[in-house]
Design a protein around this ligand. Sequence first.
Ligand code: DC
Length: 227
Amino acid sequence: MKKFHAVAIDGPAGSGKSTIAKRLAKELGYVYVDTGAIYRTVGYYIWICGIGGRDGDGVRRLLDDVNVRIEYPGDGLQHMFLNGRDITEDIRTPEISSYASQVSAHKCVRDFLLDTQRDLAASHNVIMDGRDIGTVVLPDAEVKIFLTASPEVRARRRHSELQEKGCKDSYEKVLADMKQRDHQDSTRAIAPLRQAEDAVLLDTSEMDLEEAIAAAKSIILGKLETV
Ligand code: DC
């Protein structure tokens, strides 16, 4: 019998995965694992090395020099360390979003990060969010949610987040980048973004944050009751 429970939340950028997962992990006493941050860490390294994210050979060569460490120091944040340096804040730029999406399409990168994600779920109760958690990383997760919202709603949310951080990108640019990333993430050959057959679909286009959290919580508690 499995010792720990896993909640898998997959969905496109800006669907609210991390905000909802973070809040519910705290309420349930689970560890929140943001797998996008793990891909961003690799994307960040490839970016600072000046290699194109689509350059498969270049990316593969550089992976030998990448050491990714995840820490939960108790401030509610998942801290990402790249070769010993805390780069938690540095990976939250539109440029690194795009790099993360590009490098995550390479099999070598996905293989490189798979055990890191599975090891966390083997040693903690987790709410893990990403693109392929319910389909590939944790196919036996007790709860699977596919979270989505219309591209316009997701872009509006992401645009306000970026504005709060001082980023001047227009709403139109954020929407275009998001559509491009959705396309890239859902059409790649390996572990594309898609809803697992046994995942519950939750569309938050018409919901505010509290309604979305309540809806996700009710799905999670309902499923956990049956295991
Ligand atoms: O969740 P995010 O926006 O921080 O993710 C950044 C990119 O990382 C996303 O565009 C695709 C990739 N990713 C992935 O391929 N698989 C995951 N499980 C999580 C993220």
